[in-house]
Design a protein around this ligand. Structure first.
Ligand SMILES: NC(=O)c1ccc[n+]([C@@H]2O[C@H](COP(=O)([O-])OP(=O)(O)OC[C@H]3O[C@@H](n4cnc5c(N)ncnc54)[C@H](O)[C@@H]3O)[C@@H](O)[C@H]2O)c1
Length: 326
């Protein structure tokens, strides 16, 4: 197939391009390079089965032009949780971009695969989260929820495009991914910040008391699941959780990063109470996916354990940071 990817120069997009090309597909990539890097797709330059368009997902005509020949499109371009402001970018880019990409589904009768997030389960206390679990979102006055709301808007829009216009849609809810090419800041997730702190010999900052949990999915496992979803065409509208089911506390993650990075140095932690984080902030206390559907229908089988994935991620990030420091 010819598969379109929005956000191709980002962390997940660039790995997905590699995985799809490896499976024999060709890839049409699009990115506005606001949060992604050409270096992530540099190695694909010159290949006849890969093209790159610098364009914005808010520009429908630019997208139409780029994806004219695509058989399906994986929509990854997005803005994430507005932890330090900028909820407007999150809301605008995610809602307009999502609607535009669905329009392309309507144009070409092609499947649209929308990247969503575990954050849409919000504060739901009933674990693990299955695809039919409730979304329990906090108050509108807390900006972090704008991310989940923008992704829920995309999900509902996808369902509506399927029922109103017959566009085949797949919604993929990712649970925290990590690995080489992740952002070096908080944008890349807690592991990225923790590795950065070890590099600079600074204390690892723990927000809250560190007992909040996450499941961390190594990038090769995640993109294997996404690639399998591009090849699954049996249902006109389907949702899949894609994530690792191993639950880890943030404190355990910090200790593991420290142990793998430099066990001989003393572990320094700085506890940052939620109340001292600027503005109103709410965290999700526990997060574990139920991946029965993806296992059964896609053959998705995340197999890289956290220790193994972190060893590779730390080696990559160390090299990147050494390069930036010189
Ligand atoms: N990384 C994770 O753990 C995770 C977890 C849940 C969901 N997701 C979702 O997966 C997708 C990819 O995430 P990622 O971690 O690779 O993020 P990323 O920031 O590394 O990649 C996103 C890419 O989209 C591009 N982009 C942003 N706005 C754009 C616009 N207006 N037009 C064109 N391109 C634009 C950026 O330049 C970047 O290259 C996102 O939709 C994100 O919400 C990621």
């Amino acid at each position: 197939m010819k598969i379109g990817i929005t956000g191709v120069a980002g962390f997940i997009g660039s790995h997905l391009a590699d995985a799809l090309l490896e499976r024999g597909h060709s890839v049409i990539g699009l990115d506005n390079l606001s949060m992604g890097y050409l270096r992530n797709i540099e190695h694909l330059k010159g290949r006849s089965d890969f093209v790159f368009h610098e364009a914005d997902v808010r520009d429908l005509e630019g997208m139409r032009e780029a994806f004219r020949e695509a058989d399906c499109i994986v929509h990854l371009a997005a803005y994430k949780i507005p932890r330090y402001g900028k909820a407007i970018d999150t809301l605008e880019i995610n809602s307009i971009g999502g609607k535009n990409v669905l329009e392309l589904g309507r144009d070409g009768n092609r499947r649209i695969i929308i990247a969503s997030t575990s954050d849409i389960y919000g504060k739901n206390p009933n674990l693990p989260f299955s695809e039919d679990s409730d979304s329990v979102i906090g108050p509108t006055t807390v900006p972090r929820w704008s991310y989940a709301v923008s992704k829920l808007f995309d999900e509902h829009m996808a369902m509506a495009y399927q029922s109103s216009y017959g566009v085949p849609v797949t919604i993929l809810r990712f649970f925290g991914s990590y690995g080489p090419r992740q952002h070096l800041t908080w944008w890349g997730g807690p592991q990225s910040v923790f590795i950065g702190a070890m590099f600079k010999d600074e204390p690892i900052e723990i927000h809250g008391d560190g007992t909040q949990t996450r499941s961390f999915t190594y990038i090769s496992d995640l993109v294997d699941g996404i690639a399998r979803a591009t090849e699954y065409d049996k249902d006109p509208a389907i949702i899949f959780n894609l994530g690792n089911t191993h639950e880890v506390t943030i404190l355990e993650l910090a200790k593991l990063v420290h142990e793998l990075y430099t066990p001989s140095r003393e572990l320094k932690l700085k506890i940052v109470p939620y109340a001292s984080i600027g503005g109103k902030y709410e965290d999700v206390l526990r997060r574990i996916p139920d991946i029965t559907r993806a296992r059964t229908l896609l053959g998705f089988n995340p197999c890289v354990d956290l220790r193994e994935g972190l060893v590779k991620t730390i080696a990559w990030q160390k090299k990147m940071m050494e390069g930036l420091a010189t």
